[in-house]
Design a binder for this molecule. Structure first.
Ligand code: ZN
Length: 185
């Protein structure tokens, strides 16, 4: 796993040579943060709450380490960081290296986020593809939020797919171990 993460990091760092700016630069930073989450043994995902008028709040996945936390998804961590701060920023964008899951999408519906940009689709766990599955109040809130798949860079899109594939491997091995521990107690 470490070799795969090293390889992805090399690819991300080589992307720096192409002088990314704006959202591309931010997505690149999140990809690097996602690699670090993977090195900790967590799912390699990172998210940020971004506003043009203020600081950024970054969250990386904390689902498995230092201890199991069911709400440790990077979107939740970033939203907690923002909402626990004293900031009240306009036009909040949530940027993530992976399509938000059902839990995070429900949280986004209840948040002040107005736009979501995600790098990789998550066919097995993403909730954005079919928002009609959610209860009406959630669907109504989400209809006011713009969801965009990040398409500004083919290189970054490939990196996002690699991070997702590595994440699925970590998820399959680590989450099943966690469930085994639960069933033993
Ligand atoms: Zn999630």
């Amino acid at each position: 796993m470490r070799e795969k993460l090293d390889k992805v990091e090399d690819t991300i760092r080589s992307f720096l040579d192409k002088k990314p700016a704006g959202e591309k630069l931010w997505m690149r930073e999140l990809c690097l943060a996602a690699v670090e989450a993977g090195r900790e043994g967590n799912y390699p995902v990172a998210s940020a709450i971004i506003s043009l008028k203020g600081p950024r709040f970054i969250g990386t996945n904390k689902s498995f380490f230092p201890k199991f936390k069911s709400s440790g998804h990077s979107e939740m961590v970033a939203l907690d960081a923002y909402e626990d701060s004293s900031e009240n920023l306009p036009d909040l964008t949530l940027m993530s290296t992976l399509e938000p899951c059902l839990m995070c999408t429900a949280r986004i519906a209840m948040s002040k986020v107005t736009r979501v940009i995600y790098l990789a689709k998550d066919a097995s766990g993403g909730a954005i593809a079919d928002l009609s599955l959610l209860p009406p109040d959630f669907s109504k809130s989400l209809s006011k939020i713009r969801f965009d798949e990040f398409r500004a860079s083919k290189d970054l899109s490939e990196i996002g797919k690699c991070l997702h594939e590595i994440g699925e491997e970590i998820w399959q091995s680590t989450y099943s171990k966690t469930r085994e521990e639960v069933s033993r107690t």
